[in-house]
Ligand binder design. Structure first.
Ligand SMILES: [Fe+2]
Length: 356
């Protein structure tokens, strides 16, 4: 029977940037044409936001923030190294990168080559921007896939009644979507190489917005154009839990030792209609955190897609798959860290679900 370690993490893209880049993104959002102009006047900012902005427009806060994130990633890396898995299933989203108008699957398992090279900085939303490590834009990094594990996992899901798509190579993007790419780059932030094979497990987190928002914040700059009905939603929490439970069943019955890792930040400000797109929905995040810490997976499972979208919890669907898996394994999490922020776009949670 396969041993499983559950982990929840983030792939917050702005950490790839220099400290100056990390501390400037909030201004890009606040100045977007479809943001309520009241946010441009600092007299309307909450006290916590004024604190984070400080007197250097958030640069000192960015340095402190990065230090805290890096501490968490280093601990998670050590945990994975000590667990020594056969592979790491990374549950993350594609934001109009590999999946576009020609196909938007709700989920997809990637069975990739044992060794594959990626130009990690050449594609996607941060292409061409300076990175924290000062690495060249054409840097090639070798990642490791696990096709046999991906075949085993996909077959197990299909045999358990989940119609699971799979892929052996990229469709549109020459690299993995940022959700997978940055997760690995952060777990290897000290650049020792990440030798653990990965099985990327895609979730269509952006749902009806993935095309209209082009996977980020296009809706803040121009009114989304959707003729007729909205585009179909992403998989709802109940479906994510069901798939997560079957994923856990499949891997628990497998010969493999695996990490099941959900990678995403929690409430994203630029997606939250509850808060007007500038700050994350702290209230919803605290409610979800309380439930998770208490092992109340049922509250998670019952969330509607409307609640998910209003809270900017689109990417939390990755964690819903993990929650379904951990509920099936009767695991309770240890919350290693939970970080709220007014100017770094989203709240972050680092959690581990150790074997019983
Ligand atoms: Fe993402």
């Amino acid at each position: 029977m396969g041993d499983i370690l559950g982990i929840g993490t983030t792939h917050y893209p702005a950490l790839t940037r220099t400290d100056e880049g990390l501390s400037s993104l909030w201004q890009y959002i606040i100045n977007a044409p479809r943001i309520d102009p009241k946010w441009k006047d600092r007299r309307n900012w909450p006290a916590g936001m004024l604190d984070e902005v400080g007197n250097d427009m958030g640069l000192s806060a960015a340095r402190r923030y990065r230090a805290r994130m890096w501490t968490n990633f280093r601990k998670q890396r050590q945990m994975i190294d000590e667990f020594a898995p056969d592979f790491v299933v990374i549950i993350a989203d594609d934001q109009y990168e590999n999946f576009k108008e020609d196909i938007i699957p709700p989920f997809c398992v990637y069975g990739l080559d044992r060794d594959f090279e990626q130009e990690v900085w050449a594609h996607g939303h941060n292409a061409g921007k300076d990175n924290f490590w000062g690495e060249p834009p054409d840097l090639k990094v070798t990642f490791h896939g696990h096709r046999e594990g991906a075949k085993y996992l996909t077959s197990g899901l299909i045999n358990r009644g989940v119609a699971m798509p799979y892929a052996y190579r990229m469709l549109h993007s020459p690299t993995l979507a940022h959700g997978f790419n940055y997760t690995v780059l952060y777990l290897d932030l000290d650049r020792r190489g990440f030798l653990h094979p990965i099985i990327p497990f895609h979730v269509n987190c952006y749902g009806s917005a993935v095309i209209s928002s082009r996977g980020f914040a296009a809706h803040l700059f121009e009114e989304p154009k959707q003729g007729g009905l909205p585009d179909p939603p992403g998989p709802n929490p109940a479906l994510c839990h069901e798939v997560g439970a079957k994923l856990a069943e499949t891997l628990a019955a497998s010969p493999y030792r695996c990490v099941i890792m959900a990678s995403s930040s929690w409430s994203h400000c630029f997606l939250s209609t509850n808060t007007g797109y500038v700050i994350p929905d702290f209230e919803s995040d605290r409610m979800m955190l309380d439930a998770l810490a208490n092992g109340d997976y049922e509250l998670w499972r019952r969330r509607t897609i409307e609640e998910v979208e209003a809270a900017g919890h689109h990417e939390l669907l990755n964690w819903h798959v993990l929650a379904g898996a951990m509920a099936a394994l009767k695991r309770k999490p240890v919350i290693a860290d939970y970080v709220e922020s007014f100017i770094f776009q989203s709240d972050k949670c680092f959690a581990v679900f150790p074997p019983n």
